[in-house]
Design a protein around this ligand. Sequence first.
Ligand code: NAD
Length: 266
Amino acid sequence: MSGKRGLVMGVANDHSIAWGIARQLADAGAELAFTYQPPSMDKRVRPLAESVGSDFVIPCDVGLDTDADDPASLDSVFAEIGRRWDSLDFVVHAIAFSDKAELKGLYADTSRANFQRTMVISCFSFTEVARRAAAMMTNGGAMLTLTYGGSTRAMPNYNVMGVAKAALEASVRYLAVDYGDRRIRVNAISAGPVRTLAGAGISDARIMFNYQKENSPLRRAVGLEEIGKSAVYLLSDLSTAVTGEIHFVDSGYNIVSMPRIDGLKT
Ligand code: NAD
């Protein structure tokens, strides 16, 4: 990644998937800018950015209207990047939000207000970021977002987030077609469960974590470093013919149809 410049969105702390990705990108030689969600994440994100040699840390709230005259709006974020860098090579979008009160119980009980907020922050923000990032990717580029298998298969408590991830995955395919002729690739990593702030918002997250760990072909959880290395593949010239792809980094859990039952009688 030497000579490549990119934006990483979604670091909240050193457990964040975005941080796992940023570390691997930095190790591979990339120059990084970071966004953090104001007002509280600044204190955590700035020292992490400094530890990988970056002083380029910008506030960003993707829940704001795009035309808002606010330093944390996406327009302001990309204007700031444009003031420092003349082009962009990659962007990582690792952002999601839904009301914790609706990440339990029935999906059918999702409120209209939370459905809209979840969709805007967890899905539409990627499209909004992509449009602005593509305008700066004058030498081609790569975009990456994060999804989860609850997009295609119903998971207890994942609820509206599963619906948002399904739309996010569809966005990946449409954006890949939109930008393919500009040599801009758009992919997603579908990660197995990781213990993060966002992950902890899902009711009974620990049970889901342990269940997937036990029942995946590799019989283990996924590490941040492993997601980061797969991200380097998708964002680098190692994957120049790969676009519109949902790439599972989940110890193989997605291929299993039924849990192993030791001693099952036939
Ligand atoms: P995390 O809590 O570390 O990261 C979520 C990030 O979203 C935070 O940095 C938060 O500040 C940001 N965010 C939320 N609302 C925002 C807003 N309005 N404006 C700007 N930023 C906002 O958790 P994570 O698990 O690392 O999540 C990163 C991505 O990975 C999410 O898309 C999540 O759905 C996805 N993912 C997580 C898991 C898991 O098990 N943790 C599995 C698969 C996919």
